[in-house]
Design a protein around this ligand. Structure first.
Ligand SMILES: [Ca+2]
Ligand SMILES: [Ca+2]
Length: 202
């Protein structure tokens, strides 16, 4: 700030020496084209660009959560083939749809890319996406190539750039309960009554 003020003072002095009349328009044009003004405008543009990049970076990674998992499903909800399989609910906290094409789900710390979301997988704003963890990769809908162990398991979601997005681990599942974030989308995981593709509640 001190340096900028000094530049402005120097420029004003030169202006006063060189300009015979105090034409306000000329003065404004002169100030806008002065060195400190250029530095100030460039700095402002740089700060705006940096904050815009930051928002874009955080959008995908922090707005998606693994919201609920059910690793022992006997009566709660069948898949498209009438099978009571394991399922994973993902929730989009943001107000924009997120393209999850190329994202990954895994239950293996050594294999981040175990199952890849297919092209054109989009999760709507503040909405849910169900992935069946049944190994039935040829069935309609989203089906991983692995199942979840009801005796204790972990699940990790990675972005298409292999950034960790969210993860959850659990011990043995209680019968017909699911492991869900309470409050919905933001809380810690608790064993509660399943809420398939709906808001998590106690
Ligand atoms: Ca199935
Ligand atoms: Ca739910």
């Amino acid at each position: 700030m001190f340096t900028s003020s000094r530049y402005i003072y120097a420029d004003l002095k030169i202006f006063n020496q060189s300009a015979k009349s105090h034409d306000k328009q000329v003065f404004v044009i002169y100030i806008i084209h002065s060195k400190p003004m250029k530095y100030a405008i460039l700095s402002l543009l740089l700060i705006l660009a940096m904050s815009a990049c930051k928002d874009e970076e955080t959008l995908d990674v922090n707005q998606l959560v693994i919201n609920e998992v059910m690793s022992k499903n006997s009566i709660t909800m069948p898949d498209q083939n009438g099978e009571y399989d394991d399922w994973i609910e993902i929730y989009n906290l943001s107000s924009e749809p997120i393209d999850m094409s190329g994202y990954f789900l895994t239950d293996d710390n050594d294999e981040f890319t175990k199952w890849k979301f297919p092209p054109k997988t989009v999760i709507k704003a503040q909405n849910y996406l169900i992935v069946w963890a049944d190994g039935d990769t040829l069935q309609a809908g989203l089906h991983t190539n692995f199942k979840l162990s009801a005796l204790g398991e972990k699940l990790i979601l990675f972005s298409d750039k292999l950034e960790p997005v969210d993860k959850v681990s659990w011990e043995a599942q209680e019968l017909e309960l699911s492991f869900a974030r309470i409050p919905n989308g933001t809380g810690e995981f608790e064993w509660v009554k399943a809420s398939f593709a709906k808001v998590n509640t106690k």
